[in-house]
Design a protein around this ligand. Structure first.
Ligand code: G6P
Length: 754
């Protein structure tokens, strides 16, 4: 639009100026043409009447002359005609002869004998032309022929009108053509450039044949851009301040706005019916969701997930989509429906009774059933179809999440070969011996190797994966570059430690720490100086909740001063409750809390308070801010985001984190008190150390941990993957491009390729 205005406005100005200059010129020229024309007509009239007039003059037939003149002036243009015998005579003329024309004044008219002369009469402008009338007997007289010129004024006004319209039309047409040409050539340039940058060369209008003469230019451009990108690449990760905007910038810049599709089993928003049959929205307790949700809010795109809420179907459109977050929609959630049987086999069975214990090595035996495996296959295929369905291009970036979808990367690659598939395994990857238990280990590995990039939280898990592939597949494993080449395709195995949004959303930390401390203690009927330990987990056997309780028990045994003065609050979100191992675990945890509380009957306040319930993020942050120590004792954990959330919640730089050495987070937060959860004595000592830690030391540790979470927040986690995806796409294009020999040109005559 701006471009159009820039063209049109000056053009109109130039054309208006032109019209302004041309109209008087045209007026003048037309007048001259008319004068000449009428003058020559006067000549013709004079010649025609010459002979009869001569006769009448000679016979002094005045009446005849007047009658002749009257007849001639019936021509509407010939306004008057007169005859002067001499300069002193009175003209014999039609009554219309203007008074200003007298025989004596004819000499003045005669000075302009090349054409007639324009004079003003009472009836407007007239043209007077003089012609001699030579008679042999009488002295020579003169004929004056007067033409009406008022029609010229009318014609001139008309001409002006037509000229004006002509110029307006011309201006419009020229402007339109200019803008169209400008737009087309601009678009052409942009497309050409984009094609160059994509490595496709400049396409001819047919869209098929290359323009070989432009190859050198394309090559130079690509080299230049590659150099620039390479210079910039390593800086990005280190030097960017990681915010939602920085992430958006990568999407817009490095990835040229390509579409993003995320696939996970758990959906970020669950719609459920309340007892009053109202629809309410739930945020599930899931590290994966905690991490990915802010990323998706920043990136938009589509999140494909299982629609498991009782009211999920009620709120989707006819393509099973709903925009979320409900309060400020920023991206699309596409729900995939599963039958009870599918959910039982794929989710509860293969994923959570098979792969989950297999990868966590938390002393719960994995169970593998063929029927579960079949459902797992079928549901992965269903999600692959949903991805293809959602993709609006043939090369989207698909972020596949977790152990529910080990087969999905290859399925997507088969359907959309140009897509960039990045898979992230949110849980640990065990060593080859442990993984080898799985009857479908080869299929799972081959499925995952459909990804261009496969991410884990820690280097240890990356190494375990390479070892596993080496052990079970015919693949080339490069331990220097951390890549696997399987069936001719390369997968980069990379470490991307997941994180959380930092700084946290303002409403999560809106309540001052002091207020949180008071409120939480009052709510639990504890004195305001009560020391509080906190655990926040899904009620999962991998989380080491029993081990934690044992440590509390041991602390109270070793340091009786804490009995009644220290309370451990455990928030445990129910999870996967249909699985027997989870039911048993919940029962054990409840029983242990009761047992320990009963063990100290004289305690003024209970040693353990257990809340088995879902808590939303605001409630959980209030606990984080109220606690003196937060305890994470996972027996095995990919990362554990509770540890990072606790750190991010403590903007007062107080509070101590006790963290399991078996959680991925321990690699990043060494300033926590790192423990082996199986070592009860050590954990009890860690609790004592934490509760007694001087404020200065708490602050020093907390500052370092907060700096880490700030610098490595979830935007950086996602940003690094997207930067790598962009790099991979560039390399793929380069490979395609260089695979095409320079001499390969299209033989236009035969349509063959030489
Ligand atoms: C872990 C898994 C996630 C999962 C979450 C909650 O963090 O890695 O994929 O979503 O647990 O488990 P759930 O089975 O309730 O989704």
């Amino acid at each position: 639009m701006r471009l159009s205005l820039r063209f049109i406005v000056p053009l109109l100005v130039v054309l208006a100026a032109l019209a302004y200059a041309i109209v008087p010129l045209v007026d003048k020229l037309t007048l001259q043409w008319f004068v000449r024309d009428l003058d020559s007509r006067a000549g013709a009239v004079a010649t025609t009447i010459h002979d009869p007039l001569q006769q009448m003059v000679e016979t002094d037939n005045r009446g005849g002359i007047l009658a002749l003149f009257a007849r001639i002036t019936q021509d509407e243009r010939l306004y008057a005609i007169g005859y002067c015998a001499s300069s002193r005579a009175k003209p014999i003329a039609t009554p219309t002869l203007p008074e200003s024309i007298t025989c004596g004044g004819l000499d003045t008219l005669a000075q302009n004998d090349s054409a007639g002369r324009l004079i003003e009469s009472a009836n407007g402008p007239v043209l007077a032309s003089l012609r001699p009338l030579v008679t042999p007997r009488a002295p020579a007289g003169r004929l004056v022929l007067v033409h009406d010129m008022s029609f010229i004024a009318r014609r001139s006004a008309q001409t002006r009108k037509y000229l004006f319209l002509f110029f307006v039309g011309l201006a419009g047409t020229v402007a339109l053509i200019t803008v169209a040409v400008a737009q087309l050539s601009w678009r052409g340039w942009v497309q050409g450039l984009q094609a160059l940058l994509r490595g496709e060369g400049i396409l001819r209008p047919s869209g098929k044949a290359y323009a070989p003469e432009l190859r050198p230019v394309a090559q130079d451009l690509r080299t230049l851009i590659r150099d620039l990108v390479q210079q910039r690449g390593p800086q990005d990760d280190e030097q960017v301040t990681w915010t939602p905007d920085a992430l958006r910038e990568i999407l817009r810049g490095d990835l040229k706005g390509e579409e993003i599709i995320v696939v996970s089993n758990r959906e970020p928003y669950i719609h459920r019916y309340t007892d009053q049959h109202k629809v309410e929205v739930w945020r599930p307790a899931s590290g994966l969701v905690t991490a990915l949700e802010p990323v998706m809010r920043a990136c938009s795109g589509t999140w494909v997930a299982h629609g498991g809420g009782s009211a999920d179907r009620a709120v989707v459109d006819r393509r099973d989509r709903v925009s979320v977050p409900p309060e400020h929609p920023a991206y699309r959630l596409r729900r995939v429906w599963l039958t009870e049987e599918e959910e039982a086999g794929y989710y509860y069975g293969f994923a959570n009774e098979g792969l989950w214990p297999l990868c966590h090595i938390a002393h719960v035996r994995p169970t593998f059933r063929t029927s579960d495996w079949e459902q797992y296959n079928e549901v992965n295929r269903r999600f692959a179809r949903a991805v293809v369905d959602e993709a609006t291009s043939d090369n989207p970036i698909v972020l596949v999440q977790d152990y529910h979808f080990a087969l999905l990367p290859r399925m997507i690659r088969d359907e959309l070969p140009a897509a960039t598939v990045i898979s992230f395994w949110h849980i640990p990857w065990p060593n080859p011996e442990a993984f080898g238990i799985c009857p479908w280990r080869e299929e799972l590995l081959a499925g995952l190797l459909g990804s261009g990039i496969l991410g884990f939280h820690t280097l240890y898990h990356c190494i375990n994966f390479l070892d596993t592939v080496d052990r079970f597949l015919e693949a080339r494993v490069d331990r220097e570059t951390f890549t696997v080449t399987y069936q001719g395709k390369l997968t980069a195995v990379k470490r991307y430690p997941i994180s959380i949004e930092f700084p946290p959303a303002p409403d999560l930390v809106a309540k001052p720490v002091e207020r949180c401390r008071v409120d939480i203690r009052r709510r639990h009927e504890l004195p305001l100086d009560q020391a509080i330990g906190l655990g926040v987990d899904r009620l999962d056997y991998t989380k080491g909740i029993e081990e934690r309780f044992r440590a509390v028990e041991r602390l109270l045994e070793l340091e009786p001063d804490w009995v009644g003065g220290f309370t451990f609050i455990q928030i445990a979100a129910p999870t996967r409750s249909r699985i027997a191992d989870y039911q048993a675990y919940e029962a054990r945890v409840r029983a242990m809390a009761d047992r320990i509380n009963q063990k100290f009957p004289d305690a003024a306040h209970p040693p353990i308070i257990l809340h088995v319930a879902h808590h939303d993020a605001t409630a959980v942050y209030e606990y984080y801010r109220a606690a003196d120590v937060c305890v994470v004792t996972s027996l095995h954990d990919g990362m554990n985001l509770v540890a990072k959330e606790f750190v991010s919640a403590r903007d007062d730089e107080r509070g101590v984190l006790v963290l399991s050495q078996f959680a991925g987070a321990s690699r990043e937060l060494p300033e926590a008190i790192i423990v082996n959860p199986y070592d009860v004595e050590q954990c009890a000592a860690a609790l004592q150390l934490a509760l007694a830690m001087p404020m200065g030391e708490q602050r020093a540790r907390m500052r370092l941990m907060r700096a880490l979470v700030r610098d490595f927040n979830v935007y950086r986690w996602a940003g690094r993957m997207l930067i790598d995806a962009a790099g991979m796409r560039r390399r793929d294009r380069l490979a395609e491009w260089s695979a095409e020999p320079e001499w390969r040109v299209r033989d236009t005559a035969g349509g063959r390729v030489r």
